[in-house]
Design a protein around this ligand. Structure first.
Ligand SMILES: C[S@@+](CC[C@H](N)C(=O)[O-])C[C@H]1O[C@@H](n2cnc3c(N)ncnc32)[C@H](O)[C@@H]1O
Length: 243
C-alpha cells in the first residue's frame, strides 16, 4: 500500500538534502502523482514510444526505476522475450520495486540493480532506455558521460526516452512557470509548509537544465534525431534515437 505523501508536513528542525530513503519510498507513488503535472500521461507516452522500439532478445533499461511504475505499465504491452533492467541507488526504492514486480507476476526475465548512475555500470544490448525524472538528479558533471554511456549501450535504432523538470529559456518566464507550478501543488493539497520545505530540500539535489541544454547534450552524446513530445511549463518529455 502506498502511503499518502506527508514527508514535508511537519516543521523540519534540521533541514537536510532530499533523499530517496524509506520515508520517501513509502509515499513515492502518491508523491509523484501529486507533484508532477500529467505524470500518468507522461508515463503513458513514454510506454507508447518504448513499445515502438523495444525488440525481442534485447534489454529495456529504466534508470532511476524507483518503485517500478514504468515496468509495470510496460509489461502487458511488450514481447516477453524483452528483458527489463531497472537501476536505482536507493535500496528502499528497489525493495518496493521488487515487491510490486513480484505481485505483478512478471513472466519475462528481469533484473534490478542497486547501482549509482555516477559510477560505471554496464548498459548493453539495449533497444530502449528510460530516464523518467532521473537525469535531473544526476550531478551536472556526470550527465554527459551518462548520456554517452547510454548511447554506446543502445543498439542502432534504439531509443532514449527522457522526462525532466526544466528551466525556461527566459528567466522572466521561468519565474512565472515556477509560480504556476506551486499553484498546481496547492491545488493538489500541498500546504505552504510542505511546498517550501521540499523546495529547500531539493535545492542542491534536483538541478534542472533548459530544454535546449538537454537537447544539445543529447546531440553531443551522438544521438541523431531528437524531438520534444511533452511540455507543461517547467516539465518536459523528449526522445532521442541512435542512428
Ligand atoms: C523521481 S525518481 C524517478 C521516478 C521513476 N522513474 C518514475 O517514473 O516513477 C528518481 C529516482 O532516481 C534515483 N536516483 C537518483 N540519483 C541516482 C543515482 N545517482 N544513481 C541511481 N539512481 C538514482 C532515486 O533513488 C529515485 O528512485
Amino acid at each position: 500500500m502506498t502511503k499518502k505523501d506527508d514527508v514535508f508536513n511537519e516543521v523540519i528542525k534540521k533541514p537536510s538534502d532530499f533523499k530517496f530513503g524509506a520515508t520517501v519510498a513509502n509515499a513515492f507513488d502518491d508523491m509523484v502523482e501529486r507533484s508532477v503535472p500529467y505524470y500518468n500521461e507522461i508515463q503513458r507516452m513514454i510506454i507508447e514510444q518504448v513499445c515502438e522500439f523495444a525488440v525481442p532478445d534485447t534489454n529495456v533499461y529504466d534508470l532511476g526505476c524507483s518503485t517500478g511504475t514504468t515496468f509495470l505499465n510496460l509489461d502487458p504491452l511488450v514481447d516477453e522475450r524483452i528483458r527489463f533492467v531497472g537501476v536505482d541507488d536507493s535500496k528502499d526504492m528497489l525493495q518496493k520495486c521488487t515487491q510490486k514486480l513480484k505481485e505483478a507476476k512478471l513472466k519475462r526475465p528481469y533484473e534490478l540493480k542497486n547501482a549509482d548512475l555516477h559510477q560505471d555500470f554496464v548498459i548493453e544490448n539495449a533497444s530502449a532506455v528510460v530516464l523518467c525524472l532521473t537525469l535531473q538528479f544526476v550531478r551536472p558533471i556526470y550527465r554527459e558521460k551518462l548520456l554517452r554511456r547510454i548511447y554506446e549501450g543502445l543498439n542502432p535504432g534504439g531509443v532514449l526516452v527522457i522526462s525532466e523538470k526544466i528551466l525556461a529559456e527566459d528567466s522572466l518566464f521561468n519565474r512565472n512557470f515556477i509560480k504556476y507550478y506551486y499553484d498546481y501543488k496547492r491545488r493538489n493539497q500541498y500546504s505552504e509548509l510542505e511546498i517550501s520545505q521540499k523546495r529547500e530540500a531539493l535545492e542542491n539535489v534536483l538541478i534542472p537544465y533548459k530544454l535546449s541544454e538537454n537537447i544539445k547534450m543529447l546531440m553531443e552524446a551522438g544521438f541523431g534525431h531528437t524531438e520534444v513530445f511533452f511540455k507543461w511549463y517547467n516539465f518536459s518529455g523528449f526522445i532521442a534515437i541512435k542512428n
